[in-house]
Design a protein around this ligand. Structure first.
Ligand SMILES: [Zn+2]
Length: 266
């Protein structure tokens, strides 16, 4: 059992709320019990995840994507968000989001992906803000790889069924830029080129952006939104388990099994 304040303190240290983007909505979004025994960690709080939390007796769900993001005018069973909130409140389940603050944090999502892809010589991709936090990372691989080999490697490292990419698969890749989630935009492309990156690994890349980037000399790998971000679940679970063990708090930490990728491929 852990007091919710202690858990919030750990999460705040992991990803300080004040570093989140202005438009974001992070931290405790729904408060249930004051004492937490079981935590379920996920990327998205889908209907299946709410059911999973109830079934497994979780007192809190920690997600990357905020369940409540825009204004809500009514909470009814007429839409999925309303039904989820009603179920969560009825079952006394708290909800905590660590979103752009976890993207930016030291040791946050971008650093987790950096390590997963076995990159080294880390630099920030974008310029740091006043507090020293920056979006995206740049690094090099220990051995020289071709674009095709790199795509295969990423596919295995983050468990993807298929990977969309642009560029000549025989091109030698020396330097790569990464940004987790939906970070396909011209500012990022320009920064990748300014830092001499051969490839940019992100997700949610659109047709016209991809064509422009390719013609500017930058290869793109769309490692999917789910693929680049679901990796936070195992890593956060590991850190939270260690924190609970080190402090003898007896918290049960569960990784969601129902938070599956949204897209399928044939
Ligand atoms: Zn995301």
């Amino acid at each position: 059992m852990m007091e919710i304040k202690i858990l919030e303190g750990f999460l705040e240290k992991t990803a300080p709320k004040n570093i989140a983007e202005e438009w974001d909505n992070v931290g405790l979004l729904l408060s249930g019990s004051g004492d937490i025994q079981k935590v379920l960690i996920c990327l998205d709080i889908s209907v299946a995840v709410v059911e999973e939390a109830i079934e497994k007796g979780a007192d809190m769900i920690i997600s990357h994507h905020p369940l409540i993001f825009k204004g809500i005018k009514r909470v009814t069973n007429e839409n999925p968000l309303g039904s989820k909130l009603i179920s969560l409140i009825k079952n006394n389940i708290s909800v905590y989001a660590m979103h752009t603050n976890f993207d930016l944090a030291f040791g946050g999502l971008n650093d987790i992906l950096f390590d997963k892809l076995l990159l080294s010589k880390k630099e920030n991709l974008m310029k740091e803000n006043e507090s020293g936090y920056a979006l995206g990372r740049v690094g090099v691989f220990s051995e020289s790889v071709t674009l095709g080999e790199l795509v295969q490697f990423i596919k295995g490292q983050i468990n993807l069924k298929a990977v969309k990419f642009t560029g000549d698969r025989n091109k030698k890749i020396n330097k790569a830029a990464i940004a987790t989630g939906s970070c396909s935009n011209y500012n990022m492309f320009a920064e990748c080129l300014a830092k001499n990156c051969d490839v940019y690994i992100t997700s949610d890349i659109k047709h016209h952006e991809a064509l422009d980037a390719l013609e500017m000399g930058l290869c793109l790998i769309d490692a999917t939104h789910y693929g680049t971000e679901f990796i936070m679940v195992a890593e956060l679970a590991k850190r939270l388990k260690n924190f609970s063990n080190d402090n003898d708090l007896g918290l049960v930490v569960m990784e969601s099994e129902k938070n599956q990728p949204i897209f399928d491929y044939i």
